[in-house]
Each structure stands twice: as C-alpha cells, then as structure tokens.
Design a protein around this ligand. Sequence first.
Ligand SMILES: *Cc1c(COP(=O)(O)O)cnc(C)c1O
Length: 444
Amino acid sequence: MKLYSTNNRDLQVDFQSAVFNSMPLDKGLYMPTYIPELDDEFIQHLDRFTLPEIAYKIASALLHDDIPAADLKAIIDEAINFEAPVQQLDEDTYVLELFHGPSLAFKDFGARFMSRIMGYFLKENEQLLDVLVATSGDTGGAVALGFLGVPNTRVTILYPKGKVSDIQELQLCSNGQNIRAIEIDGTFDDCQLLVKLAFADEELNSKMRLTSANSINIARLIPQTFYYFNAVAQLYRAGKKNIVFSVPSGNFGNIAAGLLAYRMGLPVQHFIAATNVNDTVPRFLETGVYETRPSVQTYSNAMDVGAPSNWVRIMDLFKGDRMKVLELVTGFSYSDDATVKGITDIYSAFNYIACPHTAIAWLAIQDYRKQHPSASTEIANPETFVFLSTAHACKFPDIFNEEMASKIDVPAQVKELMGKPKHATLMKADFAAFKAFLLVPEKP
Ligand SMILES: *Cc1c(COP(=O)(O)O)cnc(C)c1O
C-alpha cells in the first residue's frame, strides 16, 4: 500500500512510514494511492461472512504487499476479538453497537488494530516506541487498552483532572504494565498542547522514539471500515436492503471510514453526518463555507471538535467537490437540550438507553426522514436506517435520570476495573515538568 499526502500527491510513502509518522510533514493527511474495489461475489454474499473474515478480506485487499497473509490474519484475530452487533429497534431502524470492546467505545477498533500493526513493525530490540496521547476521555482508554502488553511500546496518557468520568478515569489509570497516566491540573487543550510541544522538542526526539496515536493515523482508519461491511452483512441476513448509516461525528474519522468503505464497494444508499453544536461540517454542507471555530463543550464531549481533522480526507475522496459530497452525505447538528430529549425519546419508544453521542445519530435519522418522506414509506424500496452507537451509556452516567441510570447494565470489563487502584501522576500544565517526567529512565 502506498499513501500520498492530501497536500501533495507526489509525496508518497509506504504503509509502515505512514503508520509511524501519522502525519506527513506538510501537515496533510495520508490517503491510499489506490483504493481496491472488493469483488461483486463477496459484496453480494456478505451475509456468509463473519466479522473477522470480512476484516481480513478488506485488510488484505489494502495491505497484501505490506504484511504476509498469516501475520495479517493473526493481527486481525487479536485486534477484532469482540462483536459489533446490529440491534433492531423497529421495522426499519437498527442500532449498530460498536461499544463491545475493552474500553466500551468504537475507538477500540482503531486503537487495537493500530497498536498491533505498530507492534508488528517494531522489530525485536528496536528502540522503545513511546506513544503520547492527550485525551478528553474516550481516546485515552481505547489507546491504553489497545497497547496494554504490546511489546516494545510504552504509552503515556495525559488527561484533564476532574474532567473525565469515573469509568473513563479508571480505564486510564488502572492498567500498569506499559501504560502510564498523567493527571494534568488543567484543560484538555493544555494536555494537547503539552503533547504537541513534546513532539516539537529536539532533545526529546533525539532521545526517544515518539509517536502519536491520534485519530488521523491511517492504521486507525482502516479497521473502522470493517464494521460497516459487517453491519450490512447482518442486515442482509435479516432481509434488509437500501441502507442509510447515521454517524455521530467529531473528528470525522468514523464517517471517513464509511466513505472509504463505500469506495471499496459497500452497498449503501446514503450517509448522515450527525454532530452536536460543533457543526463546522453541517454548516459547510449547507452553505459551502468551511469555517472552523473553537470547540464548545457539550454532553457529547467526544464530538466537541471545532476543526475536524479527518474532513480533508473526505474532501480528498470527493476531489474537493462539495456537490458530490452532498449526493452521499447529509449533515445535521443538535444542541444539548435536543440530545437529552433524544435520549428520553429513544428510551420511551424502544426501552433502549443510548449514550449522548449515539442519541444525536438517532435524532438525525428522524430529521432525514422528515426531509425524505417517501424514502421510508415507498413500499417497493423501503430504506433501512442504521445509527452507529459509538460508546456504552455507562461511560456517561451523569446525563441520565435516575430511572434510566438504574437500568444501565454495567459490563464485565467495567466491573473488573472497579476494585483496582488508580495510578496517575498529578502534574501542573507545565512543559518543563512533563519533559522531565519523560526523560526519567524507566525503573528496572
Ligand atoms: C471519538 C468519538 C466520536 C467521534 O468520532 P469521530 O471519528 O471523531 O468522528 C463519537 N462518539 C464517541 C463516543 C467517541 O468516542
């Protein structure tokens, strides 16, 4: 697999460099020079394949030159070792549950695959790979649990004190082994800035092999295509066709993967990009003006992104043509009040408890239906709506009323964490202190 920079098609690198560098020096994003189309036979008979089989088919179409078949298969079996079921809510509405991995968020797909790809490329005795991550909650947990125990790697997570939920904090701080957490007395932006300064610091880069695990890494994008195909496979088994996916979006990696899957042959009618009030993309789709803004804090905090980093990938897929994007993608955005009402409505209608991000994707389906009244009523061609559930509700306990909160079942992954001690280094948002921490040699 060769990749180019969205800022310069002539700048091409191989997969391994793209994985370790995350981002080209020209600050574009890596995109595959060639997007393989999966064969018709496979697409038409998706219903015959399991998630790991589908994952292998896609990954080998993209990566067959980079990783031998048996190794790739082993990576997938280890990384994608949990389910992504679709649950039916009514005749034509389904929820795709992406929260059955170790950190209870869809980011597990990307983080687990990426960590194992990196582990694979790190030859034995090569210098330790130091992964630095700033997190507002979900990314850190997925990355920590993704890299936990992966040889030759060490993860340092920075999170803002008092600004992540209890479960998220436990996921960050209870791992031990090759995972360390730093609790920053500051905001998420402070954490992000410290990580950025570390990447720009000459001394650190000369002494350590630093890498970021953020959502722009191509090795996080690829595995996110798997569950789209697998969702279609399940819907085919249920006799459903003409699928519309609604994707709760922040950095737009999830939906970018859906659109990449579409290019590879995913049989789907349409995508809905659902955001909170951080609505840079829905505004752009409506007005044609792409204007980023500072992010605003909301209940769906994993989508509090004012400048979505993966959007350039989507524009690149469509050669910068907004009208072409609009043929396949519709955007909607929702306030916190609407989000809470969405959560309540889903609960009353289906006795289903959705996390705030997930509720936004459901709300967008309701509005899309209103805009396309014939789409779901035309008997000959009924559409099937699938909204992606990106996290388990138990990660956001504060948002639910008592009745709902009491009905959220706490998964085994979380129960296991409950008794564990929390280990985090408390630190001021101060680069000198962070740098000194990084330079301390590991205790034997
Ligand atoms: C990260 C995240 C999102 C946003 O996904 P993007 O790929 O950044 O658009 C949505 N929901 C949850 C729960 C997340 O953790």
